[in-house]
Ligand binder design. Structure first.
Ligand code: ASP
Length: 304
């Protein structure tokens, strides 16, 4: 059998009491997402199907900041970003500031495969979801007690800049290699808590929080979205690997620990190459992550 491989991430950043006390729930969510994607790959399914479905399972899990469980912006509202990229066709789809769409990653895939556009936002993206009968939910579906607590806790501070610099955020993502040798990546998030409304992070920005190309690797990013955008993290890893002909892990380590060593904030990535090798790298206290290669046992980790 050709190599198959899948990795998922559930966000990088600072540790918190909530994360500490919900470790088993997080691990179970990551494991379920890997198993969902792996089953598809093992059955001969595509890397695209694997990453979409792995991310959907995390979007549906209220512990993770994406879909249900998304962070609230400074108006107490949920606006979600997501993207997906097909490494074989070099095609991508992305959505930003979407509301009420149960699985933003599926909407991103629909845009990639059925429109001539790559990136739609807000009302226009929602309209397509409605026309195509994608699953929608009322506002309350997305809002969890934990995110309401985060929202209220933050707002007790006077210094709004300090709120914006807080490093407890979250995202979900997946990267996969299928039996046919094709790569795909997908990333989805509710963004950063208490951000200004209208803020768009890296998760929906192709080249920043998501990238896949069969000539190198597939990458899903997490951390301070502004930094991943400015430093074009996902594309840099793929380009560096191709240019230097180095291993995927070396490319991830170079981009995060050397090229961006002075960056003040969190950056984390999961990645896979066309041989099924994985790259995992982060500069933060923790990154929720899990992976599985061929018949190897699943690995699930939160801390270093
Ligand atoms: N990168 C996401 C964003 O900035 C948040 C995260 O990954 O934790 O929207």
């Amino acid at each position: 059998m050709n190599n198959i491989s899948i990795a998922v991430q559930g966000g990088a950043g600072e540790d918190s009491e909530f994360i500490k006390s919900h470790q088993s729930g997080y691990k179970k969510g990551l494991e379920d997402a890997v198993n969902t994607g792996y089953k598809i790959l093992k059955g001969g399914g595509s890397a695209l199907d694997a990453v979409e479905n792995a991310v959907r399972s995390l979007e549906d899990n209220p512990l993770f900041n994406s879909g249900r469980g998304s962070a609230l912006n400074n108006k107490g509202e949920v606006e979600m970003d997501a993207s997906i990229m097909d490494g074989k066709k070099n095609n991508a789809g992305a959505v930003s500031m979407v509301r009420n769409v149960k699985n933003p990653v599926t909407l991103a895939r629909f845009i990639m495969e059925n429109t001539s556009h790559v990136f739609l936002s807000g009302a226009g993206a929602l309209e397509i979801a409605k026309e195509e009968d994608l699953a929608l939910e009322g506002d309350s579906y997305f809002i969890t007690e934990h995110q309401v607590e985060e929202f209220i806790k933050d707002r007790k501070q006077d210094d709004y800049n300090a709120i914006l610099k807080k490093r407890i955020h979250g995202t979900v993502g997946a990267v996969a290699l299928d039996k046919a040798g094709n790569l795909a990546a997908a990333t989805s998030t509710g963004g950063t808590p208490n951000c200004l409304d209208g803020r768009i992070g890296d998760s929906c920005v192709i080249g920043a929080g998501c990238y896949a190309n069969n000539s190198s690797c597939a990458v899903s990013g997490t951390g301070d979205g502004e930094l991943l955008i400015i430093n074009v993290i996902a594309y840099s890893i793929a380009f560096y690997m191709e240019l230097k002909n180095c291993s995927l892990q070396d490319a991830c380590d170079y981009v995060i620990h050397q090229r961006n060593m002075d960056v003040e904030g969190d950056i984390g990535v999961i990645a896979v190459d066309t041989r099924g090798n994985l790259g995992v790298c982060f500069n933060s206290e923790r990154m929720h992550r899990a992976w599985k290669n061929n018949e190897e046992k699943i690995t699930v980790k939160i801390y270093k």
